[in-house]
Design a protein around this ligand. Structure first.
Ligand code: PEP
Ligand code: MG
Length: 578
């Protein structure tokens, strides 16, 4: 077996050693296998059942179109999908392929879709040619059903550590890892703060993304070493390399073990500054790891993950139960629930093709913009969060605010949600704090209104970097330009912290930068006293806080603030961390 190394971007540190398990993903990687003649019937029945499921799904969507809030073209759009689904070229032809070629249903459908797409490409009429996208969307819906979504991920082997290898994984795919326990994963695509990477980090397993062709080069069952800290994957290592990495793995685990002693220690700098170290979570069950790592609260609950990997949207009661679970689980410690930040790379199944997603979704209808465009959905969530305020110390956090009008509209909707609960005599905390995320440069540069109208702020550095540098955070092709230490980014962060501190408004950082030990001292010097990060990063950052004297580090922090040469800045930062 040939041994070779692949390089990518390590998005979650540590070392894992295990066997490769390759993952297919919807149409991009439809498996092709032959089925025995006697199973052809069952395979056709499986195809029929997937088509029926999608029919029901479309019917469900149609019957949900009762309110006046929904644009008329929604219905027409669903009708087109219904017609495509029921056209024999899509619902019957694949069955012939299954029977004639004795192949699996996914393959038959993908082949037939290819034939149809080719036919559409020949059409001269531009309008009709554009219907090609609808055919692909309908076929993908059926494919997802066939491939068992949700739950496409194969179960890991019980005996050996399993490492997942995929071309690409969506955040929704990765969140399923929480239940699957893979030792590590690697993908061909992905940027350093894509939501896929963020969820990987929260799983506390090594992960390397942007390996370009791992999915093609690695075979099922091959032995792999994934070193997330050094951004490298070794395929079929020889015995000496394996032994070396086992040693490093033990050292890494030991260091992590040692950190556990800091769990209940108060986070205080050498010169007596108290620091809040809170946790970022995606699901209610993350409360356990947050508390186990000494979190003093939840600084960011990415509530949109409740909307992924499921059919239909979670109703008010279901959301309320999830929020209440977190509120109660944190036993009075603050719980900051971010209203859902859907759109861009986080698309619920139910919105497939429905959301008005622009070609560059990161600049489109996302987060609070989406919420304000879908007020019914937003009100449901706001009511659910408000109900949970009765069971703990819950705060509301609004993502991606840019304008005063968005703040005003959001506050008006919260007032409306409160009013409706009052009318029904449902208890809630009327003084619930409402905060805003600082993720767009405009929000920093015009922070005055944010300070006047909101109770607290939280800097989402992942998006702030993306929008300041115009670099898509999920695109590995431009990941070399994604630079948290760009002077413009540091300047904006400094401005936001300075402005909020002066106005007496609490401010936190909850983007990935908050969990970077190399940046802890810099943030403290900039005046930050509240951090929120993955539970697995809390103790490492706490250790750094305990070793920092803010006063004596100030001269260096000031020089970093003023530096606009990247090399000089890196040198100064190294000095600050020495
Ligand atoms: C951020 O943008 O920094 C952030 C914390 O939010 P998300 O990563 O979920 O966009
Ligand atoms: Mg964000």
């Amino acid at each position: 077996m040939v041994s070779f190394a692949l390089h990518g971007i390590g998005v979650s540190g540590g070392i894992a050693i295990g066997r490769a398990q390759l993952v297919s993903h919807a149409t991009r990687e439809v498996a092709h296998y032959t089925i025995p003649r006697e199973q052809v019937h069952a395979e056709i029945a499986r195809f029929d059942s997937a088509v029926r499921d999608v029919q029901r799904e479309l019917e469900g969507l149609h019957s949900a179109l009762t309110s006046g809030d929904v644009p008329g073209e929604f219905g027409a759009f669903l009708d087109v999908h219904w017609m495509i689904l029921n056209d024999p070229t899509l619902s019957e032809a694949p069955k012939r392929i299954i029977a004639e070629q004795q192949c699996n249903a996914e393959w038959a459908l993908a082949r037939q879709m290819g034939v149809l797409v080719d036919q559409f490409d020949q059409i001269e009429d531009a309008y009709l040619r554009e219907r090609k996208a609808d055919v692909v969307q309908v076929a993908e819906r059926v494919l997802k059903r066939l491939m068992g979504r949700p739950g496409t991920l194969p179960a890991p082997s019980a005996e050996e550590q399993t490492i997942l290898v995929a071309h690409d994984l969506s955040p929704a795919d990765v969140i399923q890892f929480k239940h699957h326990h893979f030792a590590a994963f690697l993908t061909d695509l992905g940027g350093v703060t894509s939501h896929t990477a963020i969820v990987a980090r929260s799983l506390n397993v090594p992960a390397v993304v942007a390996t370009h062709n791992a999915r093609q080069l690695i075979r099922d069952g091959e032995m792999l070493i994934v070193d997330g800290t050094h951004h490298v994957v070794i395929v079929n290592p020889d015995r000496a390399v394996l032994a070396e990495y086992r040693l490093r793995q033990n050292e890494f685990d030991l260091a992590r073990q040692k950190l556990k002693r800091l769990r209940s220690k108060r986070a205080e700098t050498l010169d007596g500054e108290h620091v809040e170290l809170q946790a970022n979570i995606e699901l209610p069950e993350d409360v356990g790891p947050a508390l186990a790592n000494g979190a003093t609260g939840i600084g960011l609950f990415r509530s949109e993950f409740l909307f992924l990997n499921r059919q239909g949207l979670p109703g008010e009661d279901e959301q309320f139960e999830a929020y209440r679970k977190v509120a109660k689980g944190m036993q009075g410690k603050p719980v900051t629930i971010r209203t859902f930040d859907l759109g861009a790379d986080k698309q619920p199944e139910e919105f497939d093709g429905l959301a008005r997603v622009a070609p560059n979704p990161a600049l489109g209808l996302r987060a609070v913009r989406f919420c304000l465009a879908e007020p019914r959905l937003f009100l449901t969530q706001l009511r659910a969060i408000l109900r949970a305020t009765h069971y703990g110390n819950v705060r509301i956090l609004i993502p991606m605010l840019a304008t005063v009008s968005e703040i005003d509209q959001t506050l008006a909707l919260i007032a409306r949600a409160k009013e409706s609960l009052r009318e029904q005599d449902i208890p809630f905390n009327a003084d619930v704090e409402v905060g805003g995320m600082i993720e767009i440069p405009a929000a920093v540069l015009a922070i005055g209104a944010f300070l006047r109208k909101l109770d607290f702020l939280s800097i989402g550095t992942n998006d702030l970097i993306q929008y300041t540098l115009a670099v898509d955070r999920a695109d590995e092709a431009v990941s070399h330009l994604y630079d948290p230490l760009h002077p413009a980014v540091l300047r904006l962060i400094g401005l936001a912290i300075g402005g909020a501190t002066k106005a007496g408004v609490p401010i936190a950082v909850c983007g990935e930068m908050a969990g970077e030990i190399q940046l802890t001292r810099l943030f403290l010097g900039l005046g930050l006293r509240e951090f929120s990060m993955h539970p697995s990063q809390l103790l490492g950052v706490k250790k750094r806080v305990l070793q920092t004297n803010v006063k004596t580090s100030m001269p260096l922090v000031e020089r970093i603030r003023r530096a606009d040469d990247p090399e000089r800045l890196a040198l100064l930062l190294a000095k600050l961390n020495a």
